[in-house]
Design a protein. Sequence first.
Lengths: 340, 320
Amino acid sequence: MSKTLLEIKNLTTSFRIGEEYYAAVDDVSLNLQENEVLAIVGESGSGKSATAFSLMGLHNRAKIEGEILFKGRDIANLPASKMNKIRGNEISMIFQDPLTALNPLMEIGKQIGEVLLLHKKDMSKQERRDYSIQLLERVGLPRPERVVDQFPHELSGGMRQRVIIAIAIANKPELLIADEPTTALDVTIQAQILDLMRELKDDLNSGVILITHDLGVVAEMADRVAVMYAGQIVEIADVESLFVNPQHPYTRSLLSSVPATDFAQDRLHVIQGIVPSLKNLPREGCRFKERIPWIEDTAHEEDPQLHEISENHYVRCTCYQHFYFPEESKEEQANGVTES
Amino acid sequence: MWKFIVRRLIITMPQLIVLSLVVFILASMMPGDALTGQIDPNISPEAIEQQRERLGLNNPWYIQYGDWVTGVAQGDFGQSYRFKMPVTDLMWDRMVNTFWLSLISVFFIYALGIPMGIISGRWNDKLIDQLITGYTYLGFATPLFIFALVTLWVFGFQFGWFPTGGSVASGLEPGSLEFILSKIHHLLLPGLSIALIGLVGTVQYLRSEIVDTKQKDFIITARAKGAPEQRVYNRHIFRNSVLPIAAFFGYEITMLITGSIFVEQIYSYPGMGALFIESILLRDYAVVTALVLLFGLAAILGALLSDIILSIVDPRIRIK
């Protein structure tokens, strides 16, 4: 039985708009084992990145409530001086856009060296440089002894993402947070980066929280999946259960929004409406209600809770029992989901 | 790098030729010449006409231009009609004075402006930033020559802390400590006046760059590495924000040299600016053309300096 690395209890992250605080992450509880990959999936604005940033303590003016137990220690609202010892060392992060995530005026070697300098005080300049070259080699960059002296603009997007990964793994973190690590990359490069991340994760035995909206990436990488909508977790399950037996209307809508490649589809399912903005989030009742208006009001719970419908598979609100796609008739729905 | 500088210098040659042509034509189009109104009315018009002929003032402009260019190429800008001495000799002292004034102004602009910009940008929208930003708006709205007059009146005449004219007290041995101190004393008030108004652009530029850079993704990367706030600012935000300021450095110098025209006049500081105004008023064309050419050259060299500095501080614009 592997150890629990991270336990998030009732995390609520609120931002101030005008005079009031609005929760972008609303009462989220999650846990992560060592060497486990937990994917957090959702549309833009669902609160998945806000969750990741809360873990890193990178929100500047947010109010964070709840507990973030990292190896049993609560790191929520830790003062910056203490958080700085953890960030980049025990927990590190891989960012979405490799083109903007590196300082354009610093050599690659110095940018990797910085994270060593901050956490490994006893390393000399030469040792840092040598180790940076090793790291660059480890993440699969050709000619690392040249790259170490180059500037970000001299590298391609995929190469820069490898540099960012090199920075992230420099201090062998126990928890790696990847915020849409492949979104900005070409499809062929995406696969390479995912392979690399999986390899490194197994090497370092670290837990990974993978933030993404790409269900292909989820299927490829994740052990468990949490689906977020409007700041809440609406469904959480093993990756297989989620893909084979999705329950929440939002999860099912997401899955059927992915174009299938193995059979021709006349129309692609599109989720009606948009994710409500932070200020206009419905705070009462089922938050997904507005986007499935054809489902009767009585199907929803008044105060939707997560229900354990099978082992380790949780779904929020009762509306999943009554959900069907408007394209289908209710009878077809009764036979269960087929293609996806 | 050297190749680039040489190439840029060669490109400046046609610019200089065009500049000199424009300057010369404009000067000869101005009404009157050096012999107008300056001469004893008892001298016969024939004698004056004879002098004009002798000085070449009756030749068509292109011949005059040719003569002038030949002279300039040999470092001879002609004679000042007013001071009765070669323009080159006349300008040398003035140039040195203006150089010192510009230098001290640049020093104050950056010594005061950069800290103000950093404070303002780092604590943007806080009280300290509102004070600094408020000052920059005032500075933008205040014409330099008015401000110079006020400082001269307050600190020069009312308090008597600074001399009200000249570049050095009389009767001091050049090179002695007193001489140098007196020079600095004469420079302080005009230099500070120029800087207090001239720094507002730098402050606002730097502030908005810092506010902008603060939100860049690589700043989040730096924080995610565990870098303390001070390091994030010093290593990441500041260096990236200072690029446009560095790029502007060359232009700043040019602007100071040409901008000192009024200030020198107000403080009766014997620099090129004061000389320029006097020479225009007295139709001393040889001096005017020489000065305009110099100002133009300063502008061209300033632009070149900016490019070189930018290529040094920003690796993305490395010149091969």
